[in-house]
Design a protein around this ligand. Structure first.
Ligand SMILES: NC(=O)c1ccc[n+]([C@@H]2O[C@H](COP(=O)([O-])OP(=O)(O)OC[C@H]3O[C@@H](n4cnc5c(N)ncnc54)[C@H](O)[C@@H]3O)[C@@H](O)[C@H]2O)c1
Length: 406
């Protein structure tokens, strides 16, 4: 097998909660990746996951020295993201970090510089914006269904993680909190849909100084809160769009619109940016009825790993990756700017800039069903045709729904 067609060897570092879905998806969904081994600072965790998925448990050092591993998928806690990324890059491996790229801007920048110096790739999650739901929104925006975007409201509101996560300490420390842990999906989705942020003006508080775990082996333990847990920000984009971003672990809220984009000719109620699928609702100017827009693009199920798959594809074909670290860095920069603005009580300009990542297309990482289809059809050309026909149908449907309004 030539290197070009050889699957990219993957090493997973961090065998905690999220590693399960990653291992499931990376070992079944993508033909161009092969998971070689799994490591954790706690060997028993690596061994348990390795047993579950028929893999080899390794120490982090063994994994980083393994000749077949080209891409390290870093699923450790945020405080370890930078350290593992530096070690992987130094060992000659490309790196895909779970979010955030790093906790500090300096570490994020250094990861990108080191990758460049070594001729390697660095990327980071979230990858939900590559799912069918947000890609469908991208399509609606790019086709001008609501005209030029004017404004946006983004809000995640819940009462935290201590009710379900067995080890929720990191969620309430710098590097997490609602903004860095979940808001990161929103900031990434917004950047991918509307382009880079330019300025923020925020207020923030930690409404509860400690939280109590109400689940699992640590049930009853207190968790100190050392980062803001209710954050509200005005946001401005380079395009001129302005809006709001709320991120809270302090409120009881179950039924709300998480992301709404207002345009000259209508409004899109987007899917939850933390999810891969729909629903999507469209309201056109002069109308009072919302239309549900069917999501007919792939990857609407829990497709965690799509981003790593896109990076692996880019490693093989040499092209840009949709989850490039520059996007992760911009998102990190925005989140820091929000917290700094709240702390200083003044507007903060966002310094970094990034291009919107390309929309998903037929050559991007595709889900199992698309791959099966592709393998059946055998040729890329025919796969491209299949994907184009999906897009054509969606376009036709949007046109039918909107033509009488123009
Ligand atoms: N849990 C979720 O639903 C979820 C969803 C999306 C993203 N994430 C992200 O995934 C990452 C991991 O989250 P999780 O919920 O799986 O956490 P977790 O605490 O369950 O697992 C993290 C694992 O990393 C290991 N680890 C920590 N430092 C290490 C080091 N230096 N070297 C090797 N291993 C180390 C820990 O021992 C642990 O097993 C975080 O960045 C989180 O933001 C989590």
């Amino acid at each position: 097998m030539s290197t070009a067609s050889k699957p990219v060897g993957i090493g997973i570092v961090g065998a905690g909660v999220i590693s399960e879905i990653y291992l499931k998806n990376l070992s079944t969904m993508f033909a161009h990746m092969k998971v070689i081994g799994v490591a954790d600072v706690l060997p028993e965790r690596a061994e348990a996951r390795a047993r579950e998925f028929g893999l080899k448990a390794m120490t982090v050092d063994e994994l980083l020295a393994h000749p077949e591993i080209e891409l390290v998928v870093n699923l450790t806690i945020p405080a370890a993201h930078a350290e593992i990324a530096f070690r992987a890059l130094e060992a000659g491996k490309s790196i895909y970090n779970e979010k955030p790229l790093a906790i500090e801007r300096e570490d994020g920048r250094r990861i990108l510089e080191l990758a460049k110096e070594k001729g390697l790739r660095a990327g980071s999650s979230p990858d939900t914006f590559l799912g069918g739901g947000l890609q469908m929104v991208r399509k609606l925006l790019d086709e001008g269904v609501i005209g030029a975007p004017v404004a946006v409201n983004a809000a995640l509101r819940n009462h935290g993680m201590e009710h379900w996560h067995p080890d929720p300490f990191f969620f309430f420390q710098p590097g997490a909190g609602p903004l860095f842990d979940v808001g990161v999906y929103y900031v990434t989705a917004l950047t991918s849909l509307l382009g880079p942020f330019s300025k923020v003006a925020a207020m923030a508080r930690a409404s509860f100084p400690e939280r109590t775990i109400t689940n699992g082996p640590k049930n009853g333990e207190k968790v100190p809160v050392t980062t803001p847990t209710h954050i509200v920000s005005a946001i401005e984009f380079e395009s001129g769009v302005i809006g709001t971003l709320t991120a809270s672990f302090d409120v009881w809220e179950t039924d709300y619109a998480t992301l709404v984009i207002y345009g000259e000719k209508g409004t899109i109620r987007c899917p939850d940016p933390n999810m891969f699928g729909g629903p999507i609702y469209l309201l056109l100017k002069d109308e009072t009825k919302w239309h549900e827009i069917p999501v007919e693009l792939p990857n609407t199920e829990n497709s965690r790993g799509l981003g790593a798959a896109d990076l692996a594809r880019a490693i093989r074909d040499g092209g840009p990756s949709r989850v490039d670290g520059e996007l992760g860095y911009h998102v990190l920069d925005v989140m820091h700017a929000v917290l700094e603005s709240a702390e200083r009580g003044e507007d903060v300009a966002v310094e970094s800039r990034v291009e919107r990542p390309a929309p998903m297309d037929a050559t991007a990482a595709l889900s199992r069903s698309d791959l099966d289809h592709a393998l059946r059809l055998k040729t890329t050309e025919r796969l491209e045709r299949a994907a184009e026909s999906i897009y054509r149908d969606v376009k036709k449907m949007v046109k039918e729904k909107t033509s009488h309004h123009d």
